[in-house]
Design a protein around this ligand. Structure first.
Ligand SMILES: *[C@@H]1O[C@H](CO)[C@@H](O)[C@H](O)[C@H]1NC(C)=O
Ligand SMILES: *[C@@H]1O[C@H](CO)[C@@H](O)[C@H](O)[C@H]1NC(C)=O
Ligand SMILES: *[C@@H]1O[C@H](CO)[C@@H](O)[C@H](O)[C@H]1NC(C)=O
Length: 250
């Protein structure tokens, strides 16, 4: 018994070396009250343009924050970058600087509900699963994600709007087919997001698709939807997605 105790103590001591986690004086960053700052987090590192030094950020989603670039929107949600080595505060990442247009209702759209980085010098993505899109009397919650290969300077953004496009195609078709169309109306894509390293593609969860059956969207050159009945798959993409992609697509 004593030996066991000594052994486990050894292990504890051994494990406590080389692991410097400061518990007495933590560095704390706070968001605005009610902004849900910290709802999602992802660490991101990259080689800076100017210094050529590695830099790392913590990307923090605050899905009810106000966006200073578009103050007319109420609580659209914001993703912040926190550089613990340089900045005393976290700064907004300018993912989206446009107001409501073309039927978008970005108020309370929960941008930053999910955020991911694919790794060092990697791809970054953040989503708003509660984006409301209105076409006449047609109300949809397609969800939307914004990705970028680089967040420095005037970064180029990619828009991921799979469900919006599906809905738009149906709306353009017209007739009873359009009126009865429900499949992608409440996709809420982006509630979860991950990255499939083996294929180097983003995976985006869409829990509301097909009457809340849920699926994830696999962004290869041909966009694919991967669904499994009654699983609400879009809620948690990571593990299941990897399994399903390997079983379903190959
Ligand atoms: C965002 O702005 C709205 C006014 O448009 C205000 O009511 C709300 O409290 C603000 N939210 C946060 C988190 O600051
Ligand atoms: C930056 O980080 C990458 C990945 O961790 C590493 O391979 C590289 O050597 C680093 N570069 C510098 C200048 O430290
Ligand atoms: C889910 O199951 C229902 C009934 O079992 C079927 O009609 C439907 O096509 C299935 N959906 C998908 C996407 O497989």
């Amino acid at each position: 018994m004593m030996l066991l105790l000594v052994l486990s103590l050894c292990c504890i001591i051994e494990h406590s070396f080389g692991y410097n986690l400061e518990t007495e004086l933590p560095v704390i960053r706070r968001g605005d009250a009610g902004s849900y700052f910290g709802f999602s987090v992802a660490s991101h590192s990259f080689e800076a343009f100017d210094t050529k030094q590695n830099q790392s950020w913590l990307l923090v989603g605050a899905p009810k924050a106000n966006n200073t670039a578009v103050p007319q929107l109420a609580n659209p949600g914001v993703v912040y970058k926190c550089d613990f080595s340089k900045d005393p505060q976290c700064l907004e990442v300018a993912f989206d600087t446009k107001g409501n247009r073309n039927g978008d209702q970005k108020d309370n759209s929960w941008f930053g509900v999910s955020v991911m980085s694919s790794g060092h010098d990697g791809y970054v993505m953040a989503c708003s699963h509660r984006l409301l899109h209105v076409e006449g009397s047609f109300f949809t919650y397609p969800g939307r994600c914004i990705g970028a290969a680089d967040l420095e300077g005037r970064f180029k953004r990619d828009i991921y709007d799979f469900c919006e496009t599906k809905n738009q195609n149906k709306a353009n078709a017209g007739g009873t087919d359009t009126i009865n169309y429900k499949d992608h109306m409440y996709c809420q894509m982006g509630l979860s997001v991950s990255y499939l390293k083996s294929d180097r593609v983003p995976l985006i969860g869409a829990p509301g698709v097909y009457n809340y059956q849920g699926e994830f969207i696999y962004y290869s050159r041909d966009q694919k939807e991967v669904a499994r009945n009654n699983s609400e798959l879009g809620y948690q993409v990571v593990q299941e997605a990897t399994e399903l992609v390997s079983h379903t697509l190959y």
